[in-house]
Write a protein that binds this ligand. Structure first.
Ligand code: NAD
Ligand code: UD1
Length: 355
């Protein structure tokens, strides 16, 4: 329990909102900033409903350094969990400058605001995408990185920036968390992923097929060198992932932590067809899918070796694939349109903007 607060950037988003719940349940004080470009203020209301706690929220853009400095001035913050960023791989190939500006410039401004406010602990949302097409499965953190798209390169560059900062100034501590494929929702069915428009990712698309919003899932390729020919991914339950952030914060309270990368994954891979069958079981009926051509940029297998996080962070995944699928279906069936039907913007008094 700490009187000081943790600042969560992107805390209204999918992984951020689930992490805020875990932080509040662990009696941490939390301050959220989010510009709500890919989320809704309703997520904050639902966090409050679930935890029965008041959440401090500011509608702030991480490109607005002055606004961030104001937040640091108003609150006694000891660490930042940095989720805010654009995350759609396909979109990043069409508008790379927007991705580099939002993700990289935004992170540099955040780091500057932290430094000027004397806050030197950061947990960063990186991604398994930094490994590109990995030569070793399961993937250890020691494997060279080589992202293959602009989104992935923003993650790779930000990792370098944070690492360089920790090397130059030894009062900084950083955990670079490389997420594998987050899936599932809060078991209450009150909070979950809220994709705007057509989902890019497998599980949100599949759940929209189940609810009748999409007709049929396209399976991208069945000629990969895998047990059934479809790609293998390591699907990590969002609650386990959220708890990984608490473990990283706990680590940061130790002396001389420095900068370290951690894979957050289960260590177990599943094919696309296995995921369709697992989710169909949770829904209780077969879901329509068809095999189509490979999606450009997809890699055969991304499965984590999570041993470093297991040992050093004293953390490991606990949820089963069945629980992940059931929680996703619970959320989707109770919220067929996600948070679309709820009023989305933040109260006027929570908006700080100098841009
Ligand atoms: P999300 O889009 O749901 O959440 C990101 C949040 O950041 C959103 O609420 C958005 O409004 C906010 N945001 C974006 N740009 C901002 C800015 N300039 N200023 C303030 N807020 C801003 O995404 P998510 O799935 O929760 O992902 C969180 C982080 O984890 C992202 O950095 C993402 O790249 C990373 N990540 C996600 C996945 C995944 O599959 N979901 C996998 C690996 C890594
Ligand atoms: C991608 C990015 C990752 C990013 C994540 C969330 C890469 C290598 N990975 O993960 O960095 O954080 O999105 O934005 O760029 N699939 C289908 N049909 C669909 C959708 C997906 O068959 O409609 C398949 C894909 O081919 C893949 C698997 O399902 O094999 C998972 O895809 P997806 O959920 O999009 O995640 P990744 O591509 O692994």
């Amino acid at each position: 329990m700490s009187d000081k607060a943790v600042l969560v950037t992107g805390g209204a988003g999918y992984i951020g909102s689930h992490t805020v719940i875990e932080l509040l349940n662990a009696n941490q004080n939390v301050v959220i900033i989010d510009n709500l470009t890919n989320s809704s203020y309703e997520a904050v209301r639902r966090i409050e409903k679930l935890t029965e706690k008041k959440v401090t929220f500011y509608k702030v853009d991480i490109l607005d350094k002055k606004a961030m400095l104001e937040v640091f001035k108003r609150h006694d913050i000891w660490a930042v969990i940095h989720f805010a960023g654009l995350k759609a791989v396909g979109e990043s190939t069409r508008i790379p400058l927007d991705y580099y500006h939002n993700n990289i410039t935004g992170t540099i401004l955040l780091l500057e605001a932290m430094k000027e406010s004397n806050v030197h602990n950061i947990v960063f949302s990186s991604s398994a995408t930094v490994y590109g097409d990995p030569a070793i499965i399961p993937i250890p953190e020691t494997l060279p990185t080589g992202a293959t798209n602009p989104y992935g390169r923003t993650k790779q560059f930000i990792e370098h920036i944070i690492r360089d900062l920790c090397t130059a100034e030894n009062n900084w501590n950083a955990a670079l968390l490389r997420y594998f494929n987050p899936a599932g929702a809060h078991p209450s069915g009150i909070l979950g992923e809220n994709p705007l428009g057509v989902p890019n990712n497998l599980m949100p698309y599949l759940s929209q097929v189940a609810i009748g919003k999409r007709e049929c899932l396209s399976v991208f390729g069945e000629d990969y060198d895998t047990p059934d020919g479809t790609c293998v991914r390591d699907y990590i339950n969002v609650i386990d992932l959220a708890k990984g952030h608490l473990a990283a914060l706990t680590k940061m309270r130790e002396p001389n932590v420095g900068c370290a990368e951690y894979n957050l994954g289960t260590g177990h891979g599943n094919t696309v067809l296995e995921m369709i069958h697992a989710f169909s079981k949770a829904v209780g009926r077969d879901l329509k899918y068809k095999i189509v051509a490979r999606r450009p940029g997809d890699v055969r297998n991304l499965t984590a070796n999570p041993e470093k996080a297991n040992k050093e962070l004293n953390w490991k995944c606990e949820k089963t694939l069945e629980e992940t699928c059931e929680s996703l279906w619970n959320w989707q069936s109770k919220n067929p349109n996600g948070l679309e039907d709820c009023p989305g913007d933040a109260p006027a008094e929570s908006i700080i903007c100098y841009l």
